[in-house]
Design a protein around this ligand. Structure first.
Ligand code: OOB
Length: 568
C-alpha cells in the first residue's frame, strides 16, 4: 500500500519558494550557506564567551551563558505546550530582552517567529494570524499606554487557530512568559536550509506580505554584514529602532552583534534624551537610525549634556537621507556615517569605511555580496547604462524567490528568472554604488515606516460614504514623507450629517489599523484625476504638494519622532 500524498511530510514549508537547486548548490559551494542555524550560532558564541555581556535591558545585564540558558529554558517550555517544528508564532514585543529569547527559542525548535511591530493593531495582527495560521502569540502586557492583552482578546475571538497567548508581564487569563522557563532539555535543531522566520514586507498591495527567510540565507547576510562593519567582541550596539525590524535585527544589527560576541543595549524609547543617556552609560560604539530619528537627535538640546564620545559609527537607512543631514552626522557626533539601503526581502547595501567621503555622503552603498546580482532596467525590463535611473531588480544568496503563500503577487513581484522587483528607482555608479532616486511602488515611506497605499485605500472604501480614495505622500520636514488621502464622497442624502476629514481618520482607527497608517491629512475632493488607463493619477495628486507653501501651511504639526510611539 502506498502512502497518500497528505501523509508525506513536505520537504519545505508549504507556501515557501526555494532557490532553484543550481543556485542553492552554488551558494553552498561558495561557503555562503554554511549549514549553521540561527540558534546554533548563539550557542557557539555562548560557549566561547560565557561571561561576556550579551544584553543590557533596563537594569538587567545578561551574560551570554545566561542568555543562552533563558533561550533553552523557553524552548523547553514552548515544546511542553506543543509548539514544534514549522509552527508559526507571532512576536509583538517592544524592545525587551524577551524578544531575543523568544526568537532564538523558536529558531532552536524550528518553529517560525512572525515579526509584528508594536504599532500593529487588530487589522494587521488578525490578518497575520489568519494568513500564517499562527498557533501562539508572544506579547507584552502593556506598552506606550496600550494594552496588548485587549488586542489579543479581540484577535482570538475571531481566530480559533490562535491557541496560546504568552505575556511578558502581568498575564491575566493568558500564559505568563516566565511560567514557560522550564528546565532545558535536549532538542534536535532544524536543518539550516529550512525557513527560520517570516518577516513583514513594507508592501504596496492591499494586504501585507510575509517574507520567508531561511537560516542559511539570513545567517550569511548577518555574518557578511558583521564583517563589512568590522564588528568584534568589543562592539556595543544601541538598538533604538524596533528590534523586530530587519535593519536593527540583521544589518548587522543585534544578530550581527551576537555573532561577534558583542553587547546589545536595548532602548525602550528612541527619543534623544533616553538614547543619549544609554550611550553615555554603556559606552555605546554604534547604532542604527532612520533619517527622521537622526534629525531629531541632531536637533536635540540634550546633545550638550551627554558624553557621546564612545560612538564610532552611526548607520542611517530605511528612507531617503538628505545631503545636509548626512553632513551634520559626522560633524555633530564626531563619528563615522554609514549609509544602509536594505529591504526585508533580502538585498542590503552599505557604504564602506574606505569609501571616499563624497561616496559615503551621497550614495546608499553597494551590495553585501559579490553574488548579489543587480539589474537596473527601464519600463520594458531592458538594462540601462550605469549612471542612468531605472528600476532596481536583484537576485542573490539572501534575497527571497517568493513571498509566503502569495502566488499571484509573486508572478508580478519577481521576473521569470527569479529577480525580485524592488520597486525602487536607482542609479548605479561604475563603482557599483547605488543611489536611490525614488520609487515606482505605490508606497509611502513615513520616517522609515512603510505604508502600502492600496491597503489604506481599501479600508477607506469600506466606509459607506466613500466613493473613491487615493493615498499619496506629501513632503514633511521631520519624517521626510507623510500621507494624504484624497477622498471623493458619495452624494449625501439631504438629512445625512456632513462628513469631516477627522471622521474618516477616526473610522480608520476604529477599523484597527496601525496609527502610522492613518492618513496625516484627508482632503475631500469632487473628483480624482485619472490616467489614460483609468487609474487615479497619483503623480498629479502629489504635484499639489510641489509648492512648499501649500505643504507647510496645511500640514498638521509634525512630530520629530518617526516611530509609532510618537503617534499612538
Ligand atoms: C528597510 O527594510 P524595509 O523592508 O522596511 O523597506 C525597504 C525599502 C526599500 O525598498 C526602499 O524603498 C526603502 O525601504 N529604503 C531606502 C533606504 N533603505 C531602505 N530608501 C532610501 N534610502 C535608503 N537608505 O528599510 C531596511 C532593511 C535593512 C536595512 C536597512 C533598511
Amino acid at each position: 500500500m502506498s502512502a497518500q500524498p497528505f501523509d508525506v511530510e513536505p520537504t519545505t514549508l508549504p507556501g515557501f519558494t526555494p532557490w532553484p537547486e543550481e543556485f542553492a548548490a552554488r551558494y553552498r559551494a561558495l561557503g555562503y550557506w554554511s549549514g549553521v542555524g540561527l540558534y546554533q550560532r548563539l550557542a557557539q558564541v555562548a560557549a566561547q564567551y560565557p561571561e561576556r555581556t550579551a544584553l543590557v535591558c533596563g537594569e538587567r545585564r545578561w551574560s551570554y551563558a545566561y542568555f543562552d540558558e533563558q533561550v533553552r529554558r523557553f524552548a523547553a517550555g514552548l515544546a511542553r505546550i506543543g509548539i514544534g517544528r514549522r509552527d508559526r508564532v507571532l512576536l509583538q514585543l517592544p524592545n525587551l530582552a524577551e524578544h531575543y529569547v523568544a526568537c532564538h527559542a523558536l529558531f532552536r525548535l524550528g518553529a517560525l517567529p512572525v515579526f509584528a511591530l508594536p504599532a500593529h493593531r487588530r487589522a494587521e495582527i488578525g490578518y497575520f494570524v489568519e494568513h500564517a495560521r499562527i498557533r501562539a502569540c508572544v506579547i507584552a502586557d502593556r506598552d506606550g499606554g496600550f494594552d496588548f492583552r485587549d488586542l489579543m482578546r479581540e484577535v482570538r475571538a475571531a481566530q480559533p487557530c490562535l491557541r496560546e497567548v504568552i505575556v511578558v508581564g502581568e498575564a491575566q487569563e493568558f500564559t505568563a512568559f516566565d511560567s514557560l522557563l522550564d528546565e532545558p532539555i535536549e532538542q534536535a535543531l532544524p536543518d539550516a536550509s529550512e525557513v527560520a522566520f517570516l518577516q513583514l514586507s513594507g508592501g504596496s498591495t492591499g494586504v501585507p506580505k510575509l517574507i520567508p527567510r531561511t537560516h542559511d540565507d539570513y545567517f550569511y547576510s548577518v555574518r557578511a554584514s558583521a564583517e563589512i562593519c568590522g564588528l568584534g567582541p568589543d562592539c556595543v550596539y544601541l538598538c533604538a529602532l524596533p528590534a523586530a525590524h530587519n535593519f536593527p535585527m540583521s544589518s548587522p544589527g543585534a544578530l550581527g552583534v551576537f555573532h561577534a560576541g558583542g553587547c546589545v543595549v536595548l532602548a525602550r524609547q528612541a527619543d534623544p534624551e533616553s538614547c543619549f543617556a544609554l550611550i553615555a552609560r554603556e559606552r555605546v560604539t554604534w547604532t542604527a537610525l532612520v533619517p527622521s530619528l537622526a534629525l531629531a537627535w541632531l536637533e536635540s538640546r540634550a546633545l550638550a549634556r551627554y558624553d557621546l564620545s564612545s560612538l564610532r559609527t552611526i548607520q542611517i537607512g530605511g528612507a531617503h537621507l538628505a545631503g545636509d543631514i548626512a553632513r551634520r552626522i559626522p560633524a555633530t557626533f564626531g563619528c563615522r556615517l554609514q549609509q544602509v539601503f536594505g529591504m526585508a526581502e533580502g538585498l542590503v547595501n552599505y557604504t564602506r569605511d574606505d569609501d571616499p567621503e563624497h561616496v559615503v555622503l551621497s550614495t546608499q552603498g553597494r551590495p553585501i555580496s559579490a553574488h548579489d546580482e543587480i539589474r537596473v532596467v527601464d519600463d520594458e525590463d531592458n538594462d540601462v547604462a550605469d549612471g542612468e535611473v531605472g528600476h532596481l531588480l536583484t537576485r542573490g544568496p539572501y534575497t527571497i524567490r517568493g513571498y509566503y503563500r502569495a502566488d499571484a503577487h509573486n508572478a508580478r513581484a519577481f521576473t521569470a528568472d527569479g529577480f525580485y522587483r524592488t520597486g525602487d528607482r536607482v542609479r548605479r555608479l561604475a563603482s557599483g554604488h547605488l543611489i536611490v532616486e525614488g520609487r515606482a511602488k505605490d508606497q509611502i515611506n513615513r520616517g522609515g515606516e512603510k505604508i502600502a497605499a492600496e491597503e489604506v485605500e481599501s479600508h477607506l472604501l469600506e466606509h459607506p460614504a466613500v466613493f473613491d480614495a487615493a493615498l499619496v505622500a506629501m513632503p514633511d520636514r521631520w519624517l521626510g514623507e507623510k500621507s494624504c488621502a484624497f477622498v471623493v464622497l458619495r452624494p449625501r442624502a439631504d438629512d445625512a450629517p456632513p462628513m469631516a476629514p477627522r471622521d474618516l481618520q477616526r473610522f480608520l482607527r476604529e477599523r484597527g489599523i496601525a496609527a502610522y497608517k492613518v492618513p496625516d491629512r484627508v482632503e475631500l475632493v469632487d473628483a480624482l484625476p485619472y490616467t489614460a488607463v483609468g487609474k487615479a493619477d497619483k503623480k498629479a495628486l502629489r504635484a499639489r504638494f510641489a509648492s512648499p507653501v501649500a505643504a507647510i501651511s496645511q500640514s498638521p504639526i509634525s512630530s520629530p519622532l518617526p516611530l509609532s510611539e510618537a503617534q499612538s
